[in-house]
Design a protein around this ligand. Sequence first.
Ligand code: T5A
Ligand code: NA
Length: 212
Amino acid sequence: MAGGRGALIVLEGMDRAGKSTQCRRLVQALQAAGHRADLLRFPERTTEIGQLISAYLARERELEDHAVHLLFSANRWEHVTLMKEKLHQGITLVVDRYAFSGVAFTSAKENFCLEWCKQTDAGLPKPDLILFLQLSPEEAAARGNFGGERYENGAFQEKVLQSFRHLMKEKTLNWKTMDASKSIEDLHREIKTVAEKTMQEVKDEPLGELWK
Ligand code: T5A
Ligand code: NA
């Protein structure tokens, strides 16, 4: 394929680490540099499944824990065809949260094991790069109070972090930890550098399958 495929770049991290800010900045900068790049986010709240998830997060409706895990996962699967099309057209995708948030948040609940949580996302397009934005709870708190959404409390976030740490041990995935306490601009420059390096490295490589 002329020009090669686009890269699948995921940003993960604790709440308020700056994922959405950096995803937007990265897509803008890549486009300004002449690359083809699009922004995606999960949950993608605009679909029917996404609206259910959004109501659940806003505590407007209750859903059983397994059921909501499957919905978060289905919300990724419903975008896979489009994701693959874009990647193969040479468009780099910058994704604000992905299966790792799915696993980290559900497995932080009582009676969920990591393996069960991973199963429903196995086979999704495999990210070429996963940037973990690391920020201490104290620094996160300084960026404003937690909102009223589900999962936004300190004790639960600590469990989520433990799950992320387990997932980051997986050597077949290209995790990079970034210091999210830096200024928006400094962090952006670092992220742009690793993103462009990855785009160059994977353009002639086949797209992988996650956890397969
Ligand atoms: N979830 C998600 C699941 O349970 N299962 C799943 O499968 C998935 C995908 C979704 C919720 O759903 C859960 C996880 C979540 O609980 P969301 O919509 O992604 O949540 O979360 P948001 O609340 O939108 O985002 P976060 O709280 O995670 O924040 P971000 O995106 O990390 O941070 P951002 O960029 O919005 O910045 C936060 C604030 O900090 C400032 C920003 O201006 C903003 O005010 N800021 C900085 N300040 C100083 N220095 C910097 N470097 C800064 N960067 C940003
Ligand atoms: Na966000």
